[in-house]
Design a protein around this ligand. Structure first.
Ligand SMILES: [Zn+2]
Length: 571
């Protein structure tokens, strides 16, 4: 035993010698984002932690040790590593195998013919044989001459099952073979909170499935093996690292996906910090997978908290995700008033969809609060947001209770709802990229006034809320500078300014993906700013986002990404 202890001590001493070499970054514009907004010149890092921040002169004198690594920033800008506060990491594992059917500037698709052309190229490039699945993503009927149906796909692809993901990720268009695979026929009833588009005047499915009608289909889509997916973990993390992210989110995790992430973590394949939000609907499976078969089904949620809130090999379960509604561009968000246009299947007096009723939400929410589990709700429409407010009231939540529950998207809303957030201690994660991608569509569906208040970042700040901003990748590109550009400019595809009053400063747009995001994760003591004692998560940029005009934010480039003091991406 003594011998063992001795060799252990010896080993750890050797290790600490090996790691004691620090890194001195100097000659930069280091945006610390501390309370005073200090811009430093130099930062010294040891063992992945920030030891000192200050001027070139002070740090070069203090850390004059020859054995340390000295890195000249050459006047470049260093920011805290970006925190992706809402996206879908699992999509990064798959997206490289899917056909990009997005409208410009994300993809090449302007017509149905373009869709067919891209799918044909995808099939031949990927050597996809007859009988094998073809998956596409980014489908957006708003920018096509007409909605895509199974007939468009059947004509050219009679021998491959096809699933085309809707750009909201809350639906898909399937061809006949794919509908047959999932046994969706004229006799399939439309589930509550879902939509099965039918051929006019008949019950025959036309191809589009949304929300609850889509969720099961997507979950049962044939998957690559666990082994294949594990091999892709590096490639997926690099997609994020390349954009300067050091902490990322898996924002709607199924049980099998959590299992995969856990396997990746336990085999040291995860080097970014990944925050996983298991879906509430997966809780029963999670319990039986990880905590043994519970005899008491009523208390499922009581058994989870041990698993929450701490990183384990860079993977953390950050709370539970509850989706309340769909998406505004897919017209499946839950709205208080009727849309000014018809519903997704031509419905009149359309107010969108909600995925569960108020009573069920209230009970779920109360249970999560009782068990001290952080709740991340998804709500896009003003009625969906009202439902969350109601549920938090029912569960007794209030400002200062330390919960920091997050309302992801918080898009179509009203000033009184922000006031309720303040009272109840709710925190919004906005999605200003919508202004660019679907701002014009929202004006048509909702009218100018309501559409202009979408993702009200400035009002939220003025009311004292700590808000963030996200990409919801793969809904919009991972590019963090796009979130900054849309938050500060609020320009639509057609070049209109939407909600000028809600424009924020470059600094606030940067805080929304760094310090504020760290706060929403409950990690503000270790991340989000460049201050002594915090983790050395940095991104080096070609220009200073606080000095360039807001119109130029999209020109920013990531030069290097550093996680725990180690370079994980270099341009
Ligand atoms: Zn999402």
């Amino acid at each position: 035993m003594k011998l063992f202890l001795f060799s252990f001590l010896l080993l750890s001493t050797i290790n600490s010698f090996a790691n004691s070499t620090g890194q001195l970054y100097y000659n930069g514009a280091i945006l610390t984002l501390d309370k005073k907004g200090t811009v430093a010149e130099s930062v010294y890092v040891e063992d992945g932690k920030i030891i000192e921040v200050g001027t070139n002169e002070k740090l070069s004198k203090k850390f004059n040790n020859k054995s340390i690594e000295k890195i000249d920033l050459n006047g470049k800008t260093m920011s805290p590593g970006f925190i992706d506060i809402h996206s879908h990491f699992m999509n990064a594992l798959r997206i490289t195998e899917w056909a990009n059917l997005s409208a410009p500037p994300v993809g090449p698709v302007k017509t149905i013919d373009d869709i067919i052309k891209v799918l044909k190229e995808h099939k031949s490039k990927g050597k996809i044989k007859d009988g094998e699945w073809i998956i596409g993503y980014g489908y957006d009927e708003n920018f096509l001459e007409k909605p895509l149906t199974k007939f468009d796909l059947d004509k050219e692809f009679p021998n491959n099952p096809i699933l085309i993901l809707h750009v909201s990720n809350h639906g898909a268009v399937l061809n006949s073979l794919a509908l047959k695979f999932f046994n969706i026929t004229k006799d399939t009833p439309t589930p509550k909170g879902g939509l099965i588009s039918r051929v006019a005047g008949t019950k025959e499915p036309e191809g589009l499935l949304m929300e609850t009608a889509f969720i099961k289909v997507f979950a049962n889509l044939p998957q690559p093996s666990e082994e294949e997916l594990l091999k892709k973990l590096d490639q997926a993390q690099q997609l994020y690292a390349k954009e300067g992210y050091t902490t990322v989110q898996e924002g709607a995790t199924h049980a099998n996906e959590l299992k995969l992430l856990k396997k990746g973590a336990s085999t040291q394949k995860i080097y970014l910090d990944i925050v996983s939000l298991p879906l509430i609907t997966e809780v029963p499976i999670l319990i039986s997978e990880y905590l043994g078969n519970p005899s008491d089904k009523q208390n499922l949620l009581d058994k989870l908290p041990k698993e929450f809130g701490k990183y384990n090999n860079n993977l953390k379960i950050g709370g539970i995700k509850i989706a309340i509604d769909g998406s505004p561009q897919g017209k499946t968000a839950s709205f208080k008033d009727e849309l000014k246009t018809l519903g997704p299947n031509g419905e009149k007096h359309w107010k969108g969809e909600k995925l569960l009723d108020q009573k069920s939400l209230n009970e779920l929410y109360k249970k999560l609060v009782k068990n001290n589990i952080k709740v991340w709700t998804h709500a896009n429409g003003d009625n969906g947001i009202d439902m969350i407010i109601e549920a938090v009231k029912y569960s007794g939540g209030k400002k200062g209770d330390g919960r920091r529950d997050i309302v992801i998207h918080s898009q179509i809303m009203h000033p009184y709802q922000l006031d309720e957030y303040v009272k109840l201690g709710l925190s919004p994660s906005f999605f200003t990229n919508h202004v660019f991608f679907w701002g014009d569509v929202h004006v048509k569906n909702l009218g100018k006034t309501l559409a202009s208040y979408i993702s009200p970042m400035k009002s939220a700040k003025e009311k004292g809320l700590i808000g963030t901003n996200h990409t919801d990748f793969s809904i919009t590109p991972l590019n963090p500078f796009m979130t900054m550009w849309t938050a500060t400019n609020r320009v639509t595809r057609s070049g209109e300014v939407l909600g000028e009053k809600e424009r924020v400063t470059n600094l606030d747009a940067l805080r929304a993906i760094t310090s504020n995001a760290a706060w929403q994760l409950g990690e503000e003591k270790t991340k989000g700013t460049i201050e002594v004692g915090k983790i050395a998560d940095f991104v080096i940029l070609n220009e200073n986002p606080l000095e360039i005009p807001k119109e130029k934010l999209l020109d920013l480039k990531v030069i290097e990404t550093i996680k725990n003091g180690k370079v994980i991406y270099k341009k």
